[in-house]
Design a protein around this ligand. Structure first.
Ligand SMILES: Cc1cc2nc3c(=O)[nH]c(=O)nc-3n(C[C@H](O)[C@H](O)[C@H](O)COP(=O)(O)OP(=O)(O)OC[C@H]3O[C@@H](n4cnc5c(N)ncnc54)[C@H](O)[C@@H]3O)c2cc1C
Length: 383
């Protein structure tokens, strides 16, 4: 008898996909006292959820619904981190900028409700607080206390283990779900039954419900990432730079961003064309995780470009005036990307297809999971 077949009995909720979105849905369902099974084709987490920075970004998320989601998700990370043994490795965000046009974007940001609690400082004031990362070209710097960072390689497996121990969530791995025929899930290892089903396939756009995914206009986005040796100092918080201000919606949609974009296209055209911006975070052993770039394709090629990696390292050097430490690891990650921030579809009344399509699942996943489960049980979450 296969392992899947041993897991007979009917679950209240079955979740396909054990990335952050699937785990968030499992948590929301388990917190309602429901019996939950999570099914994933991989032996351990291997998708976007463990390839990312683990940067739980509140500052810079689009205003309104997504910003609310990020704040709620950050609160959930804080609630469960201790119990699930997931260390919060860094808190806050430093965003030093090198151009007056970028400082103007930050000033405009500060005038929005999302600037609350943040501080926009002169280069001197910022250097006094974070001398290692405020380079000579800095003209101003934003400090935000709202963000946090976990090491996803550790956080995702620990979250799954905690769901299992704390709530009895059952995990069935190395099992591909081939078809959903409610209440049945047909897997390569037998049939599972569940009253309700949530499909969180990440960037597998050709597996389950491909027509719904095609209708939503989704594609895949490839990102390049590197782990660098410890720079020999503590990174005081995650670091971003000018380039991030034309990628992150809340800044990029401000009228002031147009002048910055024009200047960046003139001065850093290759970086803009490759969707490069800087995020730098630090692991517990001092190593840095830096990235990234953005290239869309239905099937992204698996090859990391050295030229793109150099653009990322150039930005680290320009921001901090620090040399780029030796590269220890390089990898690519992919996520599903679409015209809107997410997709919640109901291919059947008892089934939800749920994807985050804006590359911010670590930041918004927990709130999204709560919304998906509420929708599955036909409740409305107050905005
Ligand atoms: C390089 C990179 C950096 C990023 N940095 C950040 C960041 O710092 N902060 C942030 O908020 N977001 C970040 N993101 C985005 C974030 O990682 C994603 O939004 C999020 O991980 C998506 O989670 P997911 O659960 O949908 O997908 P995944 O983590 O890819 O999980 C999907 C899972 O579904 C399984 N699956 C699919 N189909 C089936 C099937 N039929 N049967 C069984 N199993 C199936 C897969 O095996 C997989 O394990 C980054 C993404 C990348 C790629």
């Amino acid at each position: 008898m296969t392992r899947a077949m041993e897991m007979t009995g009917r679950y209240d909720v079955a979740v396909v996909g054990a990335g952050i979105v699937g785990l968030a849905c499992a948590l929301a369902a388990a917190r309602r006292g429901l019996s939950v099974i999570v099914i994933d084709r991989d032996a351990q987490a291997n998708g976007a959820s463990v390839r990312n920075f683990g940067f739980v970004t509140v500052t810079g998320q689009p205003r309104g619904r997504i910003w609310d989601r990020a704040r709620r998700s950050r609160a959930v990370w804080d609630e469960i981190a201790g119990e699930a043994d997931v260390p919060i490795l860094q808190r806050g965000l430093w965003l030093p900028v090198r151009r007056p046009e970028a400082a103007a974007v930050l000033e405009a940001f500060m005038a929005t409700e999302m600037g609350e609690g943040c501080r926009l400082m002169t280069a001197e004031a910022a250097r006094a607080r974070a001398p290692q990362i405020i380079g000579r070209q800095t003209v101003a710097a934003l400090w935000s206390p709202h963000d946090l960072r976990v090491d996803s390689r550790m956080a995702i497996p620990r979250l799954a283990a905690w769901l299992s121990q704390r709530f009895g969530v059952c995990f069935l791995r190395q099992t591909a779900v081939q078809a959903i025929e409610p209440p049945r899930l047909v897997t390569g290892r037998g049939v599972i039954e569940a009253e309700r089903i949530v499909v969180c396939p990440g960037d597998d756009l050709a597996g389950l419900f491909p027509d719904h995914l095609a209708e939503a206009g989704l594609t895949r986005c490839k990102l390049q990432m590197m782990r660098l040796a410890s720079p020999g100092f503590d990174l005081p918080a995650p670091v971003m730079s000018d380039l991030g201000l034309i990628r992150y919606g809340v800044y990029a949609n401000l009228p002031e961003a147009a002048a910055l974009r024009a200047r960046l296209e003139a001065e850093q055209g290759a970086a803009v064309a490759d969707g490069v911006h800087l995020i730098a975070v630090q692991d517990a052993d001092g190593a840095l995780v830096v990235g990234d770039s953005h290239h869309d394709a239905a099937t992204p090629d698996p090859f990391a470009s050295e030229a793109v990696d150099q653009l990322i390292l150039d930005e680290w050097r320009a921001v901090t005036d620090q040399p780029a430490p030796a590269v220890l690891q390089r990898w690519i990650g992919t996520y599903a990307r679409g015209p809107s921030a997410d997709l919640i579809a109901a291919p059947h009344p008892q089934v939800r297809l749920a994807l985050i399509t804006a590359g911010n699942g670590a930041s918004t996943g927990f709130a999204f999971g709560e919304e998906v489960i509420a929708d599955l049980f036909e409740e409305t979450i107050e905005p």
